[in-house]
Write a protein that binds this ligand. Structure first.
Ligand code: URA
Length: 255
């Protein structure tokens, strides 16, 4: 049986099927990881832009690289189906916007847990169910960042449903009006020692808790919300590459 959205099934994964997936929001990032860093890469599906590959790390470990799409509804479908085909370890390789002055664009954030303000996540578990990363996978990400001498920040991430309204973007949004409860929310989160905004980790962590798999998240910092709303394209490629390197090194060493 091939799960509908990811477009591949267990029967497509061979006799030594991968347990781990590197999951990114963008199909282009999945393609880059698979084609640049894996051996014997094989495209599994491109249905709906949810591009997935199977390949092998340099130690011959099989691994999947898949695309989650944007936000909790999309990642919930993809992760559900990945678990159905045998995945038990998920590393999200994402992008995010810093909300702390010391978390600079170009660095990476490793999420230990998420504030989960995501509607789809409430279909998976109650609102106050913890959205916690797997401790072993998360420590492995930290270890990899240290060994690679990559600047990283470990802490709490805010996972929200919207890039504009929910992350308090006004100037770059089609509608500069924000609902009252969102006005000042970024400062509120800053004071709660939250490091960054992104749109998938919270739902992923809740799913991992409920479905009994391990999930972790490393994000490239590509916006500095203290200074502005825009994506800082000058540092995006480099920061994303750092997140990829940390994820790959973790994947290589994690059993
Ligand atoms: N992804 C987000 O969700 N927010 C940002 O600011 C950058 C990337």
């Amino acid at each position: 049986m091939k799960p509908y959205h990811i477009g591949f099934g267990r029967e497509d994964l061979g006799s030594n099927p991968p347990k781990m997936v590197l999951l990114s929001g963008e199909p282009e990032r999945s393609r880059h990881i698979a084609n640049t860093y894996l051996d014997n890469t094989r495209l599994l599906s491109e249905y709906r832009g949810l591009t997935s590959y199977i390949g092998y790390l340099s130690n011959d470990k099989p691994i999947l690289v898949a695309t989650s799409g944007m936000g909790a509804p999309s990642i919930s479908i993809v992760v559900n189906e990945l678990i159905q085909v045998g995945v038990t370890q998920v590393i999200r390789v994402g992008t995010s916007g810093s909300i702390q002055p010391h978390v600079r664009a170009g660095s990476i954030v490793i999420s230990q847990a998420a504030l989960c303000r995501q509607g789809a996540a409430n279909d998976i578990a109650p609102q106050d169910y913890p959205a916690a990363a797997d401790p072993f996978l998360t420590v492995a990400l930290v270890q990899a960042a240290r060994e690679l001498k990559i600047e990283y920040h470990l802490g709490i991430t805010a996972s929200v449903d919207t890039f504009y309204e929910g992350q308090e973007r006004r100037e770059s949004s089609a509608n500069s009006h924000l609902q009252g409860w969102l006005c000042g929310i970024t400062e509120e989160y800053r004071n709660l020692n939250i490091l960054n905004y992104e749109m998938e980790a919270g739902a992923l962590f809740k799913m991992a808790g409920v479905y009994g798999v391990a999930a972790a998240c490393v994000c490239a910092v590509i916006a500095q919300r203290i200074e502005g709303e825009d994506i800082i394209f000058d540092s995006k490629e480099n920061a994303v590459e750092k997140a990829i390197q940390v994820a790959l090194k973790t994947a290589q060493s994690f059993s």
